[in-house]
Design a protein around this ligand. Structure first.
Ligand SMILES: [Zn+2]
Length: 176
């Protein structure tokens, strides 16, 4: 039986992941500026900090807080870098999708019994082998950051030292 804080955690996590996903879909049809992404990511970082606090009293895998901090750091860094950009970003949908998967696979379960997180995790793993967009020849700094989704994926998916949850174990054989 899931405890109250676990249910609350799941509800907030699902909600945040779906916000990232639906926003990514929307930016496909209605492209947004870097500046818009900057504001959006700053707000999502705050929500992720809340999610961390909700999970504070629960049992959780050793990687949980590290993974939350990794995502928060990425969001805050990108938020700063995109702040001054008036250009339209064509990479927003992919970026948001990767954030959605990183948030969606956060779990309080060691053993993969969190079905939502497991499905997100499987999809995150599949994305590893997708061909990432190449750097444009004369890309500005902002475009380069968004285009470098390959290293972005690695930073979000690297297994955490000393954690033996099912998601970290799944990544270890081919990432060490
Ligand atoms: Zn782990």
């Amino acid at each position: 039986m899931a405890s109250c804080s676990q249910r609350s955690f799941s509800a907030h996590r699902d909600n945040l992941a779906e916000t990232l996903r639906t926003t990514g879909d929307r930016t496909c049809r209605h492209p947004v500026t870097y500046k818009w992404i900057s504001r959006f990511l700053a707000n999502r970082a705050d929500e992720l900090i809340n999610l961390k606090e909700i999970a504070a009293s629960s049992k959780r895998p050793d990687c949980f807080l590290v993974r939350c901090d990794r995502i928060i750091t990425e969001m805050k860094t990108q938020s700063l870098m995109f702040k001054i950009g008036k250009n339209i970003s064509t990479s927003a949908p992919r970026l948001m999708e990767m954030y959605a998967l990183a948030v969606g696979r956060l779990t309080l379960s060691y053993s993969g019994r969190d079905q939502y997180a497991e499905e997100e995790d499987e999809e995150a793993m599949e994305r590893r082998f997708e061909r990432q967009p190449q750097h444009a020849e004369n890309a500005d700094r902002l475009t380069s950051v968004v285009c470098d989704l390959d290293s972005f994926w690695l930073r979000l998916n690297w297994p955490v030292d000393g954690c033996y949850c099912s998601q970290c174990e799944k990544r270890r054989p081919f990432m060490n």
